[in-house]
Ligand binder design. Structure first.
Ligand SMILES: [Zn+2]
Length: 304
């Protein structure tokens, strides 16, 4: 059973993350017309996320939940419950618009708004951000600097598509990117080379597409190379009964593929590997968070 850790072969711990959004908000089905309908479509995010939380509790595992501000406004109890259970709450932005479709100003408003909503709900600082569909790319060179200016400590949006990193350092096991506004940690997704393209196969549609036995081999190889995994899934990926949406055939294939298998695969994953939230598992980030927390406590003591 997934709660048993007997079969774990190593003691290495990895990042487990979920992007908390509605099934109808995914970029593949995005249209301005559908965006106008969001408040009228069937909401399933709360029940699916609570089911994930239940599974994690059963496996005694905590994770990072990148929550959409739009969802947090409509399901404040869900965000509070996750935080109360000890999960890390991070930001998935507010409106799930691709970063590549936003101006610098729009992006700033989006990440500021979501951070404020989440912090007001939990009473805790939000340190992390993940862009919708990993859409921080070479076309958005201002995005990481904006995140620094808005108080984010780390980003988890990048894989092979972001090439233009003028200055990249490593602080032990995590990349540290130098921006015009200061440094930001990058909790990047591991990729595999498939037909010449680097793809983040350790989560999402790739996790559903590839048989679990193959995923497991890939993850073990990364683990042996000393690479910390960053797994990502969405609550709608464990919901085979979600309403079907019209859209391009490829999008429909990718979105609805193997939904019935995801929850079992996640159980196997939690049995075979050990996971934790970003702020707990990525050591330099953990240290920075602790330092900020103690500074905050000191500031409260002085002002209070
Ligand atoms: Zn998303």
């Amino acid at each position: 059973m997934a709660s048993s850790r007997q079969s774990q072969e190593t003691s290495m711990r990895h990042v487990l993350s979920f992007d908390v959004e509605e099934h109808f908000q995914v970029s593949a089905f995005w249209s301005d017309a559908r965006r106008q309908q969001w408040d009228r479509l069937e909401s399933r995010v709360e029940q699916n996320t609570l089911r994930l939380a239940e599974l994690l509790a059963h496996c005694e595992t905590k994770a990072t939940f990148f929550v959409l501000g739009w969802v947090a406004e409509r399901h404040p109890g869900l965000v509070k419950a996750l935080a109360k259970q000890g999960h890390e709450i991070a930001s998935h932005g507010y409106g799930h618009e691709l970063v590549t479709n936003q101006t610098d100003r729009e992006f700033r408003d989006d990440v500021r708004r979501s951070k404020r909503i989440l912090e007001d709900l939990t009473g805790e600082m939000v340190f992390g951000y993940r862009a919708p569909s990993f859409s921080i790319t070479d076309r958005t060179p201002w995005a990481l600097a904006t995140l620094v200016e808005e108080g984010y400590l780390y980003d988890s949006s990048l894989y092979g598509r972001f090439q233009r990193l003028e200055k990249v350092g490593r602080k032990r096991d995590v990349r540290e990117i130098v921006t015009t506004a200061g440094n930001i940690f990058e909790v990047a997704l591991p990729t595999a080379n498939l037909c010449g393209i680097q793809l983040p196969i350790a989560g999402g549609g790739y996790f559903r597409l590839i048989p679990y036995s193959a995923t497991r081999i890939f993850l073990r190889q990364l683990e042996k190379a000393g690479t910390q995994l960053v797994m990502y899934l969405h609550p709608w990926e464990i919901d085979p009964d979600q309403p079907r949406m019209d859209g391009p055939l490829v999008s429909r294939f990718r979105h609805y593929l193997n939904l019935r298998r995801t929850e079992h695969r996640l159980q196997y994953l939690l049995r075979d590997f050990s996971f934790a939230p970003v702020v707990e598992i990525v050591q330099p980030i953990r240290e920075m968070v602790q330092a900020r927390a103690s500074r905050g406590t000191a500031a409260c003591a002085v002002s209070g």
